[in-house]
Design a protein around this ligand. Sequence first.
Ligand code: 5GP
Ligand code: ZN
Length: 135
Amino acid sequence: MEDCIFCKIAKGDIPCEKIYEDEEILAFLDIAPVNIGHTLVIPKKHFKNIYETPDDTSAKMMLVAKKISTAIKALPSDGVNITMNNDPAAGQVVFHSHIHIIPRLENDGFGIWSSKRSYEEGEGEETARKITQGL
Ligand code: 5GP
Ligand code: ZN
């Protein structure tokens, strides 16, 4: 897709620090890492987000994410977060489907959940019902 930065990276028009590549998937270092080794896994074809990415492509992205998460143990890292931002409210800035692999260090201060809440009486049950209806 024209004007998509990750399509340009996938085509080789913009350079990246490549971590993994096969016919369908590319992984490279995030230009602005949360921690050293922060890696992005993308499909080479343009899909906007998780909703538009075909299931088999999503599955391949996750397999690559697992492979890289294991290899990342070569770096100083005490754990890893695997995240995907979908739509602006969830923090998606680049609208080409991607998974973040974020190496974590003890006490690195990076908080994924700034706050957590609890359910009111019956609210959890109602919420589960709404979600499962859509499956
Ligand atoms: P999002 O917020 O959309 O989930 O994450 C997009 C990520 O892409 C950000 O973490 C940002 O640092 C990274 N990014 C944006 N532009 C480039 C780029 O040109 N090269 C690389 N390697 N990463 C980029
Ligand atoms: Zn794209």
